[in-house]
Write a protein of this length. Structure first.
Ligand code: ZN
Length: 172
């Protein structure tokens, strides 16, 4: 069996979208089910800054100055094609696990809100900040400070990266 970094539920797969690739449910998935367990490399700011432009799109933030990503495009696996939506069906549960926030129907794209894993410019590069997710409540512009919005905090409480969860707790 081929070794892999990440685990993606067999109930989902990588497929082509209008914008590139995404992950889609192959069958119905129940609320709270585990969708992805990410593997990869833990990077500090310096290591992140040395990534190629293409690889800079990949990492998500797991602490103030730590990111989780890959060093080669060839290391990308289906789980790495997880896209953003302003009305996502998934969120983080701990640093590396993504779970379903609600029941997901076969054919739906699996998405998270980048607000749950982004607090500085490294984790959300400029060209990713115009949102075309198409959700009714699309913010159009997504920012690294979206986690500070009360409505966002309420929506994803318990499903942010733990370091953001802690920051929210301190502020409220
Ligand atoms: Zn959007």
């Amino acid at each position: 069996m081929k070794h892999s970094f990440s685990w993606l539920t067999p109930k989902a797969q990588k497929s082509r979208t209008v914008h590139g690739f995404g992950i889609f449910a192959k069958q119905n998935i129940k609320k709270a089910e585990k969708i992805i367990v990410f593997g990869g490399y833990v990077m500090n700011n310096h290591q992140f800054d040395n990534l190629s432009l293409q690889l800079k799109h990949l990492p998500f933030q797991i602490d103030e100055n730590l990111y989780f990503g890959l060093y080669k495009i060839s290391e990308m696996e289906p789980a790495d094609f997880l896209n953003h939506s302003c009305d996502p069906n998934c969120g983080f549960f701990g640093e590396i696990t993504v779970v379903a926030l609600r029941n997901i129907n076969k054919g739906e794209e699996i998405c998270i809100d980048y607000a749950t894993c982004s607090d500085n410019y490294r984790s959300l590069t400029k060209d990713m900040q115009n949102c075309l997710c198409g959700a009714k409540n699309c913010r159009k512009k997504i920012s690294t400070q979206d986690w500070k919005k009360k409505s966002i905090q309420k929506k994803y409480r318990g499903f942010f990266q733990p370091f953001l969860e802690k920051k929210i707790k301190r502020k409220s």
